[in-house]
Ligand binder design. Structure first.
Ligand code: ADP
Ligand code: ZN
Length: 311
């Protein structure tokens, strides 16, 4: 049998990464470009794949909100995004018609979770959460051996938290901060995503020193959010990715906040004693999304039709 090649698109709000690979350790071609207007951007992706040897299937991890339900009439569409021009774009359909191969489609975070499940830090697990803390906060993963989909897809970044910021006011009260989510103000994303850190402190996260009060507050928000996810979903592991988590000193602070929030109640050794291997960075580093798209393409090839990520 001739060698199979797979295509992947990691489509974020700011950039597209397109890849052709035979497997996770065998990337044959890769290109990246800015996410511009939809027609031109999708054409750039099509031109890239047409210039490569033929692929068997394509996997797409898309910024959202998007429709990953293969039973839906708008499967593979970007749905209600505020990103100019992209609402209602038939992303998967355009790619499928241009390349004439099976197309798998899911949210960018679910596809990164799939990559971690297949080749990264979640291999062999029945239930886990992948949370990315970057320009936005998004969560996905697997519950009981199935990728989480449900009504549309989880929106973990928009959970609400008790703020309890008085805990951090020892050096004087924190300046008021309303949060920057356009829908909810001070949801998790509105308080703790990269742009929220920048809005609050006037500097990008990457420019704040490790002892800046921003980080204890950030760890409180993330740790509280994770304790909610643990109570609701009972994941066997939590993977934290995204640009903000490049601040590796956040990991021990977040773990501590999780233990404090749960207060011994979730009586698993994973949380009580082995939390260092329970809350972890992505095993695939910043390649989780790109490799997840290849994993999704392999699934789509196996089903010979459009697919969302499944067991
Ligand atoms: P995206 O979410 O757009 O895919 P990233 O995951 O890289 O991209 O997230 C970008 C956000 O993360 C920006 O708000 C940026 O300020 C923040 N960020 C990127 N690198 C770092 C870093 N090393 N430390 C703290 N924040 C960072
Ligand atoms: Zn929100």
């Amino acid at each position: 049998m001739s060698e199979q090649l797979y295509g992947g698109i990691e489509a974020c709000g700011t950039k597209f990464v397109c890849t052709v690979a035979a497997g996770p350790d065998d990337i044959r071609a890769e290109t990246r470009f800015a996410t511009g207007a939809p027609t031109a951007t999708l054409q750039q992706a099509i031109d890239f794949f047409r210039a490569q040897p033929p692929i068997t299937a394509l996997g797409i991890g898309a910024f959202g909100p998007a429709d990953p339900d293969p039973r839906s009439l708008t499967f593979g569409f970007i749905t209600t995004t505020p990103k100019p021009g992209w609402a209602g774009v038939d992303f998967a359909g355009v790619m499928q018609r241009a390349l004439n191969v099976p197309v798998g489609f899911d949210t960018d975070v679910n596809v990164a979770a799939l990559g971690e499940w297949r080749w990264g830090a979640a291999q062999g697990l029945e239930s886990f959460v992948y949370l990315t803390v970057g320009t936005g906060i998004g969560g996905g993963g697997v519950i009981n051996g199935q990728m989480m989909h449900g009504l549309i897809h989880p929106e973990m970044g928009h959970m609400r938290l008790p703020r309890r910021e008085e805990r951090f006011a020892a050096a004087g009260p924190l300046p008021p901060f309303a949060g920057i989510c356009p829908f909810h103000g001070d949801c998790l994303e509105g308080l703790a995503a990269g742009p929220a850190i920048e809005a609050r402190w006037g500097k990008k996260g990457g420019e704040l020193p490790p002892d800046h009060p921003a980080w204890t507050l950030e760890a409180y928000y993330l740790g509280t959010a994770l304790s909610n996810l643990i109570c609701i979903l009972s994941p066997q592991r939590i993977i934290l990715g995204g640009g903000v988590m490049e601040q590796r000193h956040l990991f021990p602070l977040v773990r501590q906040e999780v233990q404090q929030a749960l207060n011994g109640y979730v009586a698993s050794p994973a949380i009580l004693a082995q939390i260092d291997s329970y809350i972890v960075p992505p095993g695939l580093g910043n390649r989780a999304g790109m490799l997840g798209a290849i994993a999704l393409a392999q699934q789509a090839a196996a089903t010979r039709k459009g697919a969302h990520s499944t067991a």
